[in-house]
Design a protein around this ligand. Sequence first.
Ligand SMILES: [Zn+2]
Length: 460
Amino acid sequence: MKKPILFTIIAAFALAFVVYQSQSGPVQKITGEAYAFTNVNVIPMTSEKVLPDQTVVIKGRTITLVAPSKNVELGDDVIEINGEGKYLIPGLAEMHGHVPPTDPPPNAPRYMNMQYVENTLFLYTAAGITTVRGMLGWPNQLELKDKVRNGELIGPNLYLAGPSFNGNSISSPEEAVRKVTAQKEAGWDLLKIHPGLSREEYDAMAIAANDIGITFGGHIPSDVGLTHAIEMGQETIDHIDGYVAYLNSFDEDERKQKMNEIIQITKEKNVWIVPTQALWETILGSADFDAMQKYDELKYIPKNLVSGYNSWAKRKLDSPNTNIEKAKEHASLRRDLLSEMNRNGVKILLGTDAPQLYSVPGFSIHREFQHMKQADMTPYEILVSGTRNVGEYFNGKDTESFGVIQNGKRADLILVNKNPLENISNLKDHSGIMVAGRWMSVADINNRLAMIEESYKEED
Ligand SMILES: [Zn+2]
């Protein structure tokens, strides 16, 4: 039977209406105290996509809604942040950072006071770093973590490794086991491994740590070696440590194949890599020292710290052991390693070892981005290393979940002025940062940066 034409037209309209309704969804009214980023392009980092014209609602420390702006109506108590033409991305992480001691040792330099600790935390946050994995614990530092958590101090969410396991701090397997237990009980988040542990001490540490449920990461002690550390369950290998030494133990014609093999093992065992490429080129001696000594961001850290960097650099360049050609070869092998690891799906985490040599907290991530770019990482892959991967790494380690923009995630956000997926350097230009639901506009951030700069002009 032939349908009357009017019926067909009505049916078509009805269908169009249903489709329109399901796309637009019902309008939600936001009541009570909240923040809302409106008309913003959201880069949720769940996949490589941009959601245009969204409203993102935050209550307390948490994202409570991500929806098209036309479907959200804001109540009177909602503070609106206009995101038109801008991009909202999850906050970034410094996964190999340092937080200075709150109780400095007696021989510590004068600048190492509580003001310096607070400035350091602020510098991280000002760059959009909302999470720092502190890779060297100091006595009483865990209190600092609580002070940030309860809002007494502005700073990134802290996850702290305890005092380091190294050749000086550990003198027997028994001592290693005792200190693993003690650090777990004290509430440290992970164990930091430095060079100098014997294989027996390392194994005792690893077995005890795996047993009581605390992870360990950092360097690869030479007596342990890369493959053994991976077998024993080292969770993160920082500075790509141990890989070049491992590859150099083979003849040149075998190295390519060995590289592929070790990368596959790294991936299969779920080892995370924190490359810290920029810092390592400094340590190797292949970095551009003249350029580094002129970094503008050095004005935000104490002069004595900067002169310490500069005298280290002079000693490095004057040393008969420094061979620039060899250092450049080493650096290029590290670049190949990072490139191949990334291409093969090894999980990479953003880290710069701030505030080590010329890595000024916060600012140093932009230096590191350039090195990641040189290792063929796309802007999206670089962002993943500082956001989604970080959330995945901390999954189950924290009661809060973060690293992507989704309902229920911790409200760690950067309002970027231009699309960072087009150019990773666009991340330098932002309108403000939200850390665990606390909003800081770029004007507030710049004011405090100016105060920090001023305070270090006077210091001797
Ligand atoms: Zn470090």
